[in-house]
Design a protein around this ligand. Sequence first.
Ligand SMILES: *Cc1c(COP(=O)(O)O)cnc(C)c1O
Length: 374
Amino acid sequence: MTTTLHPSIPFLDLQAQYRSIKDEVDAAVASVLASAHFVLGPEVDAFETEFAAYCESAHCIGVNSGTSALHLALLAAGVGPGDEVVTVSHTFVATVAAIRYTGASPVFVDVRADSSTMDPEQLERVITPRTRAVIPVHLYGQCADMDPICEIARAHGLVVVEDAAQAHGAFYRGRRAGSIGEMACFSFYPGKNLGAYGEGGAVVTSDPELAARIRVLRDHGQTRKYQHEVLGYNHRLEALQAAVLRVKLRRLDGWNADRRRVADAYRRNLQGAGVRLAHDMAYGEPVHHVFPIFTPDRERLRVELAESGIAASIHYPIPVHMQPAFADLGLGAGALPVSERLAAETLSLPMYPELDEEDVRRVAGAVRRLSARG
Ligand SMILES: *Cc1c(COP(=O)(O)O)cnc(C)c1O
């Protein structure tokens, strides 16, 4: 163990964020408690209106997680048993699990090494008569290349569902993440760029029929109280979470700008450090949910950074197609070479809006020193 003279640098610091908004959050929570309206209701309605506007979209349906958002979006699109949904394996497992929940089969395309997102050039060749939808994932806060993906989807009559769980506020060719596909799914898990104080998620869409279907599905299939038209779910958003999210939404653009400042500082300080950095694609403006670096020596670097008091994380160490839960898909090692290489080499450095320039220099300095030694 190396002893450190510095305080340790966490991977993210939600306590610092809470201190900066404590008075407003505490008042918002107290007002929900006093109202005793805890599930859906006026706070959720208000948040839905504000978040739809933020995403430059017409409708937002608040749900209890990003995973539920994906599940309901696919159901609203009519996806079910016998259907295929195309997505990527280099993502959080929920993207693929949601496809399975509907009874449909996930079909993978590889990602591009520069953007870490869906390679549009591989999309067309996996489409079959059973393909119903495609889920590009805006990984690390950077949008997938949506124009060619939407163009191919449109030509084949496929619904495009954006997995925007890591991309609140990102832009693609001047358009907000969430306003590009037929539907987009967000997660408000605490560590996301817009995080609740518990679980939360949303589907955003400009299609009023899809929005109406999702509203029914999230609330036991009710069209009015105790009138159950379809088999629905209890996937409702809580008022306490909506109240917290409304306070935080007002600060999201500022926090995303702070993340950009941190990312720029990492870039300056990591030049020539012997690790590959993620490429910011010219087509958009990422929101740096995480700041990944790539090195074949990832495991050693992660351990040695931890010994220097720096907490790095991995997004994600095992691609979904190689997880035991998806072994029945029959896709072992070698099926998706770029996804597999990224999973083996990626390491996410500390990234949060409150990280200051000195912390960034310390992290980058440690990466530089440790990777030179390897
Ligand atoms: C977080 C995340 C999800 C799932 O969201 P939960 O709110 O945790 O259910 C889905 N997809 C991606 C890419 C995510 O990062």
